[in-house]
Design a protein around this ligand. Structure first.
Ligand SMILES: [Zn+2]
Length: 390
C-alpha cells in the first residue's frame, strides 16, 4: 500500500461526510458527486431511484461488463445526530490521535471512500473479474433502497459472484446476521374526562399491556436460548423504540402509537413471534377496548422486514475473503445488514469492513486511520486477484 492511497481515501472520506445524508434527507448531491467522478474516469454507472426521485442507489462496474464480479457494497445514508452531544460539527471531518471523527465515518462512508479512492487504480489495471460498487440509500431505515438496486442487477446484468458489505467489523469476517421485522401498532381507545375513566378506554394503559407482553416474551426467549448459538445475545431480541400517546393528564388518551419489532436468529420462523403478539392483542387487549365502543381497537402494520444473512462458510464470498486475507474464521452479528437481501437474490455475501460497530450511531463517531489502512490493503489484494482472473 502506498501512503498515497491511504491519504486519498481519507480525502474521500472528508468529501463524503460533508454531505448530510441523514436518511430523512436526499442523498442526490453525494451520488452526483460520485457519479461525476466515476464518469471522468470512464467508469460506467447506473442509478435506481426511489418513487419520489429524491434518492438514488449507484451501481458501477470496473472491468469487463459481460460477467459478474465482486461487489463492494456500502450505504450512503447515516443515522440522525439529533439529540446527541457532539464535541464538533458532525458533518466536517476532524482528525485527532489517529482517529477520523464525523457522522458516518465508520458507518459506513469510510468503506465507500476507500473504494472510490482506489477506483482510478482499478480502472488502470486490466481486471479480468470486474469489481462493482453498490452504494445505496435508506439502509438505516430498514435496508430499503438496496432492494431496487438488487432487482435492477438481477433483472438486467450478469449475476455477481460475491458481495462484500463493508459495515464496520474491524476487518473480521462476519458470515451471518439476524433478520428482523418492524411494526407500528396503533391503539385506539375512547376519549373522555379523566375523572370518568369508566366511560372511556385508555389507549396508553392498553398499550402498556402490550409492552408487558413483549417484555415477558423477551424473557421467555432469553430463558430458552441455545448457549451454543454463535449470536450475541443468543436469542431473538425485541426492539421497542418509540411510543407516542396522550395530550394532557386530564384527558383519557384516545390514540397511542408504538414502534416495535424484533431481530431474529436466522433459523427461526419469523411468523411465530408476530403471531403471538397479534394473538395476545386480539384475545386480551382488544375485547376490553371494544366493550367500551366498537370503533375502538388495535391495528398493527408491518413496516419492514429484512432477511437474515444465513451463515455459509462454503460460500464464494466467504471463501474469497478467507483466501485473500488468510483469515480462517468467521462469526456473526446481531445488527441487520443488506447482505441477507443479496443472499436472497442469489449473490453470496459477507460483512467485512473497517471500523467498529461500537462507534456506529454514537456521538463523536470515528474510524481509526489504522482500520482504513487495513481496508486499503485488502482492496489492493482484491484488485490483484481480479487482475489475474482467479
Ligand atoms: Zn451501516
Amino acid at each position: 500500500m502506498t501512503t498515497n492511497t491511504l491519504s486519498s481515501s481519507i480525502e474521500w472520506l472528508d468529501r463524503l461526510v460533508a454531505f448530510d445524508t441523514t436518511s430523512r434527507l436526499s442523498n442526490l448531491a453525494l451520488i452526483d458527486d460520485v457519479q461525476n467522478y466515476l464518469r471522468e474516469l470512464g467508469i460506467p454507472t447506473r442509478l435506481t431511484r426511489n418513487d419520489e426521485g429524491s434518492k438514488a442507489n449507484l451501481w458501477a462496474t470496473i472491468g469487463p461488463e459481460d460477467r459478474g464480479g465482486v461487489v463492494l457494497s456500502g450505504h450512503t445514508d447515516v443515522v440522525p445526530v439529533d439529540g446527541q452531544e457532539w464535541s464538533r460539527d458532525p458533518f466536517k471531518m476532524h482528525r485527532e490521535n489517529g482517529k477520523l471523527y464525523a457522522r458516518g465515518t465508520c458507518d459506513m462512508k469510510g468503506f465507500c471512500a476507500i473504494a472510490l479512492a482506489l477506483a482510478p487504480e482499478m480502472q488502470r489495471r486490466r481486471l479480468k473479474t470486474p469489481i462493482h460498487f453498490a452504494f445505496s440509500y435508506d439502509e438505516e431505515v430498514g435496508c430499503i433502497g438496496v432492494r431496487r438496486l438488487i432487482k435492477d442487477v438481477v433483472d438486467n446484468l450478469p449475476l455477481p459472484r460475491a458481495v462484500v458489505v463493508g459495515e464496520p467489523t474491524m476487518m473480521k469476517i462476519i458470515g451471518g446476521n439476524k433478520g428482523g421485522r418492524a411494526f407500528r401498532t396503533t391503539v385506539r381507545g375512547v376519549p373522555g374526562h379523566s375523572s370518568e375513566p369508566h366511560r372511556g378506554a385508555n389507549s396508553i394503559m392498553a398499550t402498556g399491556r402490550i409492552i408487558t407482553f413483549i417484555e415477558d416474551l423477551q424473557q421467555e426467549l432469553a430463558d430458552n436460548a441455545d448457549p451454543d448459538s454463535p449470536f450475541d445475545p443468543p436469542y431473538t431480541t425485541f426492539d421497542l423504540g418509540v411510543i407516542e400517546g396522550g395530550t394532557a393528564h386530564n384527558i383519557i388518551p384516545e390514540y397511542t402509537h408504538l414502534n416495535w419489532g424484533y431481530r431474529g436468529l436466522p433459523d427461526e420462523v419469523p411468523d411465530v413471534l408476530e403471531n403471538r403478539v397479534r394473538a395476545f392483542i386480539a384475545e386480551t387487549v382488544e375485547p376490553k377496548l371494544k366493550a367500551v365502543a366498537p370503533h375502538a381497537g388495535v391495528t398493527t402494520v408491518l413496516r419492514n422486514t429484512t432477511p437474515p444473512l444465513m451463515p455459509d462458510v462454503e460460500s464464494a464470498a466467504e471463501q474469497l475473503i478467507r483466501h485473500l486475507t488468510g483469515l480462517n474464521e468467521s462469526s456473526t452479528v446481531s445488527f441487520g445488514t443488506e447482505a441477507g437481501l443479496f443472499q436472497q437474490a442469489g449473490i453470496p455475501g459477507v460483512i467485512f469492513g473497517p471500523g467498529s460497530i461500537q462507534q456506529a450511531h454514537q456521538p463523536d463517531e470515528f474510524i481509526e486511520v489504522s482500520q482504513m489502512a487495513e481496508c486499503v490493503a485488502f482492496i489492493e489484494k482484491l484488485m490483484d486477484w481480479a487482475e489475474t482472473g482467479a
